[in-house]
Ligand binder design. Structure first.
Ligand code: SF4
Length: 355
């Protein structure tokens, strides 16, 4: 019914605007045909209807109506398109994240049947798979805070597969590390499993809980809103592209009352990307100091969590927690908007517990 009414109004306006346009083009001819030889004002003005028109009442009326008609028609075109498109915003976190099957998330290791950790550790570019050996025993650790989801380990080892799992944020850095211990054979392959990674080390909080309580928590702490200041402390810009996606109609982070702000003085949360270059260390400290208490710090991406592919070197410090206490780590390279949303919601939950 509403659509039909809109279409009817749109059609009427189109006819009206067409008449106005016609009037705008006919009126000058009538004035030029005056019998007494008088002419219209020599002053001319530009308008959207043509290169120039004479400035008289008829023309101005016709012109004004046609311009208004033009904008009103455009407005109805936009409304019509919006109705056709429908709601594009994801229902996340009420529903699971809608991740493309092509998207690459965390690697998953079959620790119980892992025959040899050396090939994957050798190809891992960030040291996310690390080995320690002593007395015919090996401790193999997968560190998701360092992983850039490149998939090289899965190509080198059949016991590893890449998943599209992206909700990996954690309030503890060591919760992103999974260690298994093995008894070794003489050739260095695994003979027996001595210890598997502790189950359930990732936060026990569920997204449903976070989503349900979020509005209440934000309202309580920040008067219905949370403000985020983002600092790029030397990232490649990949994380920034994903963060910008949070403001798109698809993810629409503002539906939670969460806004990005320009000044740290207005911010409750500091979102930091990059391995923290030595040149950005002071700027990061000053930004944090400028924020009012209580404040949250969220490290974004493999670089923010651990230094990522850059690690610790002459130019980079190796992660945000080398400079500031971090409340939430969001792994990924870069983390997609769902992963970012998960981490930000987790941070808000933590703030509630601190209060
Ligand atoms: S996906 Fe890449 S960075 Fe991550 S553990 Fe495997 S090889 Fe290392």
């Amino acid at each position: 019914m509403i659509v039909h009414s809109c279409l009817f109004v749109q059609l009427s306006l189109k006819i009206f605007a067409a008449c106005a346009n016609l009037g705008a083009h006919l009126l000058p001819q009538r004035h030029e045909e005056r019998k007494d030889g008088s002419r219209n004002s020599p002053l001319r003005s530009s308008c959207l209807c043509g290169p120039s028109v004479r400035t008289n009442f008829g023309l101005r009326l016709g012109c004004s109506l046609s311009i208004r008609g033009f904008f009103i028609i455009n407005m109805f075109d936009i409304l019509q398109k919006t109705l056709r498109t429908g709601v594009v915003t994801t229902a996340y976190p009420k529903t699971p994240p809608e991740i493309s099957s092509q998207a690459r998330g965390r690697p998953e290791i079959d620790f119980a049947n892992w025959k040899d950790a050396r090939p994957s550790a050798a190809v891992c570019p960030t040291g996310a798979i690390a080995l320690e050996e002593a007395d015919s025993m090996r401790a193999a650790t997968l560190d998701l805070g360092k992983c850039i989801f490149c998939g090289l380990c899965a190509e080198a080892d059949a016991a590893i597969r890449m998943t599209s799992s992206c909700e990996l944020a954690s309030t503890r850095r060591n919760a992103l590390q999974f260690t298994a211990r093995y008894q070794l054979k003489s050739d260095g392959t695994h003979q027996a499993v001595l210890e598997l990674p502790a189950a359930g080390r990732l936060p026990a909080i569920t997204l449903d809980d976070v989503g349900k309580n979020l509005e209440k928590q934000i309202r309580k702490m920040f008067g219905r809103s949370l403000h985020i200041r983002e600092v790029d402390a030397g990232s490649c810009n990949g994380c920034e592209v994903e963060i910008a996606g949070l403001n798109s109609p698809i993810y629409d982070i503002e539906r939670f009352g969460i806004h990005f702000v320009a000044s740290p003085r207005h911010a409750d949360m500091l979102l930091v990307t990059g391995p923290v270059t030595r040149n950005m260390e002071l700027a990061l400290r000053k930004t944090s100091d400028a924020m009012p208490e209580p404040r949250l710090v969220v490290a974004v991406g493999a670089c923010g969590c651990s230094g990522g592919i850059f690690g610790q070197n002459y130019a980079t410090l190796g992660g945000v927690d080398q400079v500031l206490p971090v409340d939430v780590y969001i792994p990924g390279c870069p983390p997609n908007p769902h992963a970012l949303l998960h981490g930000i919601l987790l941070a808000v939950g933590r703030m509630h517990r601190q209060a």
